[in-house]
Design a protein around this ligand. Structure first.
Ligand code: GSH
Length: 217
């Protein structure tokens, strides 16, 4: 008898959903992939828009620990998915305990990626015609945003929370890896060491292999 795994990840190869592949591999919980093909615009089908009205990947379906949630829960936005899965599978140790001191830095990094790092990166890749006053936008320049990551790593490391790996490393580390692959990440000893530490994680290697594998027919 085959049972449906707890999680289904809506994924498109080499996209932001690859970070959730990595996250799920870190949990050790079985999951299945619903693969999208941007060329065929499957992520704009009405059935998928009912799951994620943004028509973007990732989206995660959760059937609950016993697989009996009906309807299943849906989580969208990769930072939210990272935070949700880390809390939903506490035995994976991907988040400090709620109420612990470490949770403060963890929450900061989970918020920092989508609200500062990613918009700052977009601004640097697609510069605006007119600079808005810095005090009116909620993020800084991309080099400044990156410096904050480096400063945190220099204060401890090898991870953002010191010697503890967390879902925040999946979120921010995947962004830095992608930038590195694109030749846009400054080659500093701190960032290179961070990427090398992440690259050695077996869960990331498994996720990269699944991301590169051809879609099942
Ligand atoms: N804020 C979303 C962004 C997701 C996103 O931009 N996904 C891109 C892939 S990297 C996408 O699905 N693009 C397809 C499209 O917009 O048509 C998140 O972090 O999950």
């Amino acid at each position: 008898m085959t049972t449906t795994p707890r999680f289904t990840l809506h994924h498109a190869p080499r996209s932001r959903s690859a970070r959730i592949l990595w996250l799920l591999e870190e949990t050790g919980v079985p999951f299945e992939i619903a693969q999208h093909d941007f060329a065929k615009a499957t992520h704009k089908d009405p059935a998928y828009l009912a799951i994620n009205p943004a028509g973007k990947v990732p989206a995660l379906i959760d059937r609950g620990p016993a697989g009996d949630w009906s309807p299943p829960a849906v989580v969208t936005e990769s930072a939210a998915i990272c935070a949700y899965v880390a809390d939903a599978v506490p035995e994976a140790g991907l988040a400090p305990r709620v109420g612990s001191r470490e949770r403060a830095a963890y929450a900061t990094w989970i918020g920092y990626c989508p609200s500062v790092l990613e918009p700052a990166l977009s601004d640097s890749v697609f510069p605006r015609r007119e600079e808005p006053p810095a005090s009116t936008i909620g993020w800084c320049s991309f080099p400044e945003a990156l410096r904050r990551v480096e400063t945190a790593l220099q204060a401890g490391g090898p991870y953002l929370l010191g010697d503890r790996f967390s879902a925040a490393d999946v979120l921010i580390g995947s962004l830095l890896q992608w930038l590195h692959g694109w030749g846009k990440l400054p080659e500093t000893p701190t960032l290179s060491a961070y990427l090398a530490t992440l690259a050695a994680r077996p869960a990331l290697q498994r996720a990269q292999a699944r991301d590169a594998a051809p879609a099942a027919a």
